[in-house]
Structures are given as C-alpha cells and as structure tokens.
Design a protein around this ligand. Structure first.
Ligand code: MN
Length: 381
C-alpha cells in the first residue's frame, strides 16, 4: 500500500488529493492545513494519520480540543509543517500549500530523501535553484501536480530527453482574455474570481486573471525540466483541453489532452507510473468541435512580463516577483489596490531591487522580506 503525507489538505488540491487517496486506498500518514480547524479535524477522523499540524498557531488549542478523542500527535507553525513533510514510513510528500510558505517543508523533505509531489509552484519560483540542486544531490524525484507541468512530464515519458527542443506551455488566457488595460482599470475581486474553466482557491484564481499564474508556471517549468527561458513558448488554449506539449528536434510535437480536472494530474503524481481509472468526465473532442489557440498578450498583462523578465535576470528576482505578487494579491482581495496595480508593483520591484544571488534558504528569506516590505511601503505611502 502506498503512503503519503499531505500539507495544504483543506485547500482545493488537498481535498482532491484525498479523493484520490480514498479511491485508491492510499494511506495518509500526516495532514496539515493553514487555519481550517473544523475541516482538518474531520479529515483526521476519517484518515487517522500519525501526525497532524495546524499552521496557524492561534488555532492549536482548538484543534487539540477537537481531537481530544484521539491520541494523534499534534503540531503547529512552520516546525509542524516541516515535521509533516518528513513523517516516518512515507513514500511521498504531497505539498499543496499556497505561497512560498511551502519552500522550507520541501527542502526538509529533500534532505530526508523523500520523493515529492509538488502542487506548490511558489516553492520552485522562490527557491528553484536550491530545490533542484539538493534534489539532484539526494536523488529525490519531484512529480509535478500542476496540470501543465504534469502534461509536459507525461509528454517526456519514453522519449529522448536530449532531443527536447521546446516546451509549449498552454494558458487558458483567464477571464480577461482579449481585454485592454483600459478595460481592466475597474476590475473588482469578484470579477476576477470568476474563472471560466478551472475551479481553484482565491489566490490562484486571481493569479490566473492577471496571468501571473502563467508567469510562475513559466519559471516552474524552467526549473523542473532544466530548459532555458528561450525554450518555453506560452500559447493560449481557450478551452483548457490541451494541457501543454513538447517539441522534439525532429519537430514532432507531443501534447497531453484531457478534461480540465485536477484529479488527472494529482492521480498521475501519486500513482506514477500507473495509469488507472480516474473519477473524471472522459474527454470528448467532438463535444468541443474546435480548439482555439492564440498568442498571449504581454502588453496588457504586466504580471506575465514581469515573471519572465525575472527568470531571465536570475538570482533573487523570481523570489522578489513572487513575494510582491503574494502581498499585492492580498491587498487587491481586500479592495485596497486596483487590479492593474498588481502588475505595476511587480514591474517596479524589478527596477528597484539590485541583483542578489540565492545561495541558501536565508538568501530566499531575505529577498522575500524585502519584497513584502516594498509592497507595504508602496501601498501605504
Ligand atoms: Mn496550472
């Protein structure tokens, strides 16, 4: 029987991961959530893990109370997340938290030699160089859960990796596809939270509207597959049916298609290399009739341009763009800054900060703190 530990268990990816565990009898050894105590306690009662963590320390006693009928070990905070990442007798650590809070648990899992199923894209955006280097040293495998990266990973199976010429990273285009900057001036959080194809958490839904999500995925792809930024082409597929593709030296393009449902990439990461029945609607190409493809609009969507510029500049810039975005999205959701301001802040940060190298987790943490402070200053002045 396969065993996993899971952090971010009450989020959208976390819940769907548990659906896959239910269906395929995967044992869950550790669970962790940010602050949803009630749901976490329900999950604990169902899956009976060895360890549970609530990240928000102020919710610790409430969780303890809800689990007073069990003798499960309970933790909290970053130490707790890291303990969940390395819990004993586990095949795979599933990281589905949102934000760069996922980086340290990932690094701890790698140190412990634990294979990782990664849904937390900010981990690779903020600390890609560190993560890939230590994973290679430890022989740790990283299975992508993000649908595009799972697609790319699937297209690479059984092929000559050295002949990989290009990655075609697809994007839905988001809810504001085809709009101009002028038309986006008055966009509210409620407008931006309506995504046409995927149902996701708030942060990633806003990132999909600004196209920062695609920018972060561009960086994620660069690290996961060891390509140069020039080898990644972003193509909009409005139907979100073609989840990404790769081109080889003979110009043969191999793509992965499917119904837009995260259960497919989650299950593939958990059960790799097995292909077994998945609880999703089968894809009917004739129901779609046509698939439409477009170039992305780099002029309108500053976030996308900022992310790509950051990975080309290298060093701490990707961490800076990510942290600026995390804070800016939070302010936007609170109605305190405009939709377009998110991209403006990301672009400005790239101008403002000098180049710094990332050699350790402390370097990432310093860049992260400086970037968040930059957003506070800009928003409060
Ligand atoms: Mn994605």
């Amino acid at each position: 029987m396969k065993t996993i530990s899971l952090i971010g268990s009450t989020g959208s990816i976390g819940e769907q991961t548990l659906d896959v565990c239910r269906k395929h009898n995967i044992k869950v050894k550790a669970l962790a959530a940010r602050s949803s105590v009630k749901r976490l306690a329900e999950q604990v009662h169902e899956f009976m893990p060895d360890y549970v963590c609530i990240y928000d320390e102020t919710k610790y006693s409430e969780l303890k109370e809800q689990l007073s009928d069990t003798d499960i070990e309970i933790g909290c905070g970053m130490d707790g997340l890291c303990r969940a990442a390395v819990i004993e007798e586990t095949d795979l650590f599933v990281n589905s938290v949102v934000g760069m809070v996922g980086l340290l648990p990932t690094l701890r899992a790698i140190e412990a030699g634990r294979d990782i199923a990664l849904a937390n894209k900010e981990t690779l955006v903020a600390g890609g160089e560190l993560v890939m280097k230590s994973a290679a040293e430890k022989g740790v495998k990283i299975y992508p859960i993000d649908s595009e990266h799972s697609a790319i990973f699937q297209c690479l199976q059984g092929n000559d990796r050295k002949a990989l010429r290009k990655i075609i990273l697809t994007a839905s285009g988001g809810p504001f596809f085809g709009k101009t900057k002028d038309e986006l001036k008055k966009v509210t959080a409620a407008d931006a939270l309506k995504h046409p194809n995927w149902s996701m958490g708030n942060k990633i839904t806003i990132d999909s509207a600004t196209l920062m999500n695609k920018g972060l995925e561009f960086i994620e792809a660069k690290w996961l597959f060891g390509v140069k930024p020039e080898q990644i082409e972003i193509v909009v597929n409005r139907e979100s049916v073609l989840h990404s593709a790769v081109e080889y030296d003979d110009y043969s393009v191999i793509a992965q298609l499917g119904t837009p449902d995260m259960k497919i990439p989650i299950q593939y990461a958990l059960l790799y290399p097995q292909r077994v029945e998945c609880d999703v609607k089968p894809l009917s190409l004739t129901d779609y009739g046509t698939l439409s493809f477009y170039k992305p609009d780099f002029e309108t969507f500053d976030c996308l341009s900022a992310a790509i510029k950051a990975i080309k500049l290298g060093g701490a810039y990707t961490c800076i763009v990510n942290s600026v975005n995390e804070e800016a999205v939070r302010f936007f959701l609170q109605g305190r800054i405009s939709f377009l301001k998110i991209g403006e802040l990301a672009m400005e940060a790239l101008e403002e900060f000098p180049f710094t190298n990332i050699g350790s987790y402390d370097d990432v943490a310093a860049a992260d703190a400086a970037a968040r402070e930059f957003v506070f200053r800009r928003v409060h002045q």
